[in-house]
Ligand binder design. Structure first.
Ligand code: M6R
Length: 608
């Protein structure tokens, strides 16, 4: 939610800020702005809409010229998207800042500031911090920041310019992420690594309540009390190419094509002698054998990866798995025991609800295991055990490769757990692991095979107002993700339903021509799903069936059949996910939507 950047160095600051913000637009894109020291004054340029709208505005009205500045791309929380609500916000004469996060007590603070005679130009919580900081500033930036932070509640990362400190840029954070990049003769702040990777791969992770002071002499860190802090310099293993589109029309399509490599890079180091080995992540067979119950807690796509994990783990290891939406889990007083394992799945590692849920689980004494893609993120740092997925940067808001690697880890975990508990023997575990190792090649083959067909199939969905995804068992778990993918980027209403549940109410929605996408890859359930398909077809549905090469599909079953290669049944979601992703992708493309930046959404949801 919102991306912030900052630059201190010899280059044209506006150019650097805009280029860095381009890599953060996935975090929000309803307005953008920059503030740059120009000839001793802070000059602000901001505009409603995409970054390109800001660039266009600066082309006509002039671009701030200078070498120190901050920038912001917004996902509105307080106040509609508009130029006046966009960042940077000036707090008065002395302070200008950008903010990512939410100030929870902004109303009380605003009232106090208004009582002191201050008036506000925007509806944002950010302007409240800016004005508060401005009123607290008496010449000592650290003192003013410390005083302000003692008054604000919530989550925030701030990039601050003090009008009388032309050579300096200040940054501080609580909860919301912030890194400090270090290049040759230049320094940066950013919400995420891809923003600065074009300039440097070296960065520091700013911790809660630490202040960074960037100047032409480099960067210094201190506590809110002004005590110096030494920090460890990190090196990002994501290169620039990984953060670019690389010839694909959209990041989403590129990321779908990156899935084979992402899965391979994620699972290969966790397999030794043909068996899963998660010891490097502090997960030993002894620990696994003691687990009585598992909770998987996550949001959106990551939660759907947990649903696949539930079916796999319960089937193979016979350990009960509860899958929870993090925003529900954290407030419903869950019944967790000390020997339960709570798995948090998150691509960004910063999702506010998932982080809060993990903290709650820890407080209740459970063991927490995080499955996270973003290195050094809050969830990764706070979990008891950690498995990094190696998908590389996922830029498209619609998650694809992150989902694929998340489920690949759930499989590894399921296999090892089942093995540790003596539920599957060595031979079975080796066989399953070997099939999993072969999945990247099958995903590649599937993409090639179904791409054109999904493009064609998408044309059948364009006019729909609403549609259903149906499946049973693992196919149902996968349908949930297929449905989310479609709705978030095509804006067509869609629901996923357990196929057998349709006739308990939902079938009344079926009208002539309504699309139903059925997934049927599980042998034991195939005939039952086909019966459900026939029921919807008899009521006029237009059925697209996703099944495997071995399925016997009668002529009257589906209007459009997409076949994928057959592998070991339990692993079929990793193959069948591909046509669901591509159907969603092409539907969005054909409807003329912004595939990578769908409306109202942001990639990293760092607010509740
Ligand atoms: O970063 P996270 O994995 O924690 O994000 C969770 C969800 O916001 C995310 O999976 C979302 O549902 C996807 N963008 C949907 O494609």
């Amino acid at each position: 939610m919102c991306g912030i950047v900052g630059y201190v160095g010899p280059k044209d600051c506006s150019e650097v800020l805009v280029s860095a913000l381009r890599k953060l637009e996935y975090r929000g894109y309803d307005s953008a702005g920059i503030a740059v020291f120009e000839d001793g004054n802070i000059r602000i340029a901001k505009e409603k809409g995409r970054l390109d709208d800001l660039v266009a505005k600066m082309q006509t009205e002039g671009t701030p010229k200078g070498h120190i500045g901050v920038g912001h791309t917004r996902w509105a929380t307080h106040g509609v998207p508009s130029a006046k609500n966009s960042h940077p916000h000036a707090g008065g004469e002395k302070v200008t800042l950008v903010h990512n996060g939410i100030i929870e007590n902004y109303k009380e603070l605003k009232e106090q500031l208004e009582a002191q005679g201050r008036s506000f130009v925007s509806e944002t919580d950010t302007e409240v911090v800016a004005q508060l900081l401005d009123s607290n500033y008496e010449g000592d930036p650290i003192e003013a920041i410390a005083k302000t932070l003692s008054q604000v509640e919530g989550s925030f990362a701030l990039g601050i310019l003090f009008a009388d400190r032309e050579g300096e840029l200040y940054a501080v954070r609580r909860e919301s992420p912030l890194i400090v990049g270090v290049g040759e003769d230049e320094t940066f702040i950013a919400s995420d690594v891809p923003a600065i990777i074009k300039y440097t791969s070296q960065y520091y992770l700013l911790e809660h309540d630490e202040v960074a002071v960037l100047s032409e002499n480099g960067v210094k860190f201190c506590t809110l009390e002004g005590e110096k802090i030494e920090k460890e310099l990190k090196v990002a293993d994501w290169d620039q190419e990984a953060a670019e589109k690389g010839g694909y029309e959209h990041y989403m399509l590129k990321e779908i094509h990156e899935q084979p490599t992402a899965v391979k890079t994620t699972i290969t180091p966790r397999i030794s002698n043909g068996l899963p080995n998660l010891e490097e992540c502090s997960i030993t067979p002894e620990k696994l054998s003691e687990i009585k119950q598992i909770y998987v807690v996550a949001c959106g796509t990551a939660m759907h990866a947990g649903m696949v994990g539930k079916y796999v783990i319960e089937k193979l290891a016979r350990v009960p798995v509860h899958v929870d939406i993090a925003s529900e889990f954290r407030y419903r007083e869950p019944l967790i025991n000390k020997d339960d394992l709570v798995i948090i799945i998150s691509q960004s590692g910063e999702t506010a609800d998932s982080l809060a849920a993990m903290r709650l689980a820890k407080q209740m004494g459970a063991n927490t295991l995080a499955i996270v893609n973003a290195k050094g993120s809050s969830i990764a740092r706070e979990a008891d055990m950690l498995i990094y997925t190696h998908a590389g940067p996922e830029i498209a808001v619609a998650s694809t490769k992150a989902y694929m690697v998340q489920i690949s880890v759930m499989y590894l975990l399921g296999f090892e757990l089942a093995h540790a508990k003596g539920r599957i023997d060595d031979e079975t575990c080796r066989r399953l692991t070997s099939v999993l190792s072969g999945v990247p090649a099958v995903i590649e083959e599937t993409i090639e095979r179904v791409d054109a067909q999904c493009n064609e199939g998408a044309n059948k969905l364009l006019e729909a107002e609403s549609l259903l995804y149906i499946g049973r068992g693992l196919d149902y778990a996968l349908s949930m993700e297929g449905s989310l993918k479609l709705k978030e980027i095509s804006y067509i209403h869609s629901e996923s339903y357990a196929a057998g549940e349709l006739k308990h109410g939902t079938i009344s929605l079926i009208t002539d021509g309504m699309p139903v996408i059925a997934v049927a890859t599980q042998n034991a359930l195939y005939d039952k799903t086909v019966s459900n398909i026939k029921e919807v077809k008899a009521r006029g549905a237009m059925v697209i069936l996703v099944c495997d090469d071995d399925a016997q599909v009668g002529e009257d079953v589906a209007d459009f059949v997409i076949r994928v290669p057959r592998i070991e049944e339990i692993l079929m979601p990793m193959v069948a996910a591909v046509p669901l992703q591509l159907l969603a992708y092409y539907t969005s493309v054909h409807r003329g939507n912004d595939v990578d930046k769908p409306r109202n959404l942001a990639k990293s949801v760092t607010v509740e």
